[in-house]
Design a binder for this molecule. Structure first.
Ligand code: ADP
Ligand code: MG
Length: 164
C-alpha cells in the first residue's frame, strides 16, 4: 500500500518526519529516494527530533553514515549519493547496520543498494511538486504486512492531525 503527502515548506516535511517517529522501531529500514533537494535529509532531521535525538542532524553526504544514540536504540542515517558502485556499499559495511534490533536505519539514495537491498523495508520517495518551488510530494510505500500495518495507523494519525 502507499500513502501520499504534499508539503509546502521545509518545516512541514520535518514535521511529517517527527510525526512518523512512533512508527519507527528497532530493526526497521527506510529507503529514501527521489530528487536531490527533495527533502530526505529534512525528513530524517524531523524523525530524529521525534525519536528524541537532541543533536543537530546534518547530511551524511561526506561521512556516508551518521549514528545517533536514542537510549538503547541507534538512528543510523546513511547517504549513498556519492557511492560509485556496489563494492563501496560493502566497503562501508552497510550490511552490518541492517537487521540489528537496536538500529533504525534510514538510507538516502537507498535504491543504490542494488543486490545488497534488504528484503524487508519501507520506501519513502521525495519529489518536487510541479510548479511549486516549496512543494514536495512524499510517498510512503510498503510491500509487507508489517509495514502496511504501520502505514494504516500512520495514515489515520496524519488525517487526524490534518497532515494529509
Ligand atoms: P535531500 O536530502 O533530499 O537532498 P534536503 O532535505 O537536504 O534534500 O534539502 C531540501 C531543500 O529543499 C532544502 O534546502 C529545503 O529548504 C528546501 N525545501 C523547500 N521546500 C521544501 C519542502 N516542502 N520540504 C523539504 N524541503 C524543502
Ligand atoms: Mg540529503
Amino acid at each position: 500500500m502507499q500513502v501520499q503527502f504534499i508539503t509546502s515548506a521545509p518545516q512541514q516535511t520535518a514535521e511529517l518526519g517527527q510525526c512518523f517517529a512512533p512508527w519507527a522501531r528497532g530493526g526497521d529500514i527506510f529507503i529514501l529516494t527521489g530528487d536531490l533537494g527533495g527533502g530526505k535529509t529534512t525528513f530524517v532531521a524531523g524523525l530524529a527530533k521525534g525519536l528524541g535525538v537532541e543533536e543537530t542532524v546534518s547530511s551524511p553526504s561526506f561521512t556516508l553514515i551518521n549514528e545517533y544514540d536514542i537510549g538503547d536504540l541507534k538512528l543510523i542515517h546513511a547517504d549513498l549519493y556519492r557511492l560509485a558502485g556496489i563494492e563501496d556499499i560493502e566497503d562501508i559495511g552497510m550490511e552490518h547496520y541492517l537487521y540489528q534490533p537496536h538500529n533504525i536505519v534510514c538510507i538516502e539514495w537507498g535504491e543504490k543498494m542494488g543486490t545488497c537491498m534488504p528484503s524487508e523495508y519501507m520506501t519513502i520517495s521525495f519529489n518536487y511538486t510541479e510548479g511549486e518551488e516549496y512543494g514536495r510530494t512524499i510517498v510512503f510505500k510498503s510491500c509487507s504486512d508489517y509495514n502496511d500495518k504501520k502505514l494504516i495507523e500512520f495514515n489515520k494519525m496524519a488525517s487526524r492531525k490534518g497532515l494529509l
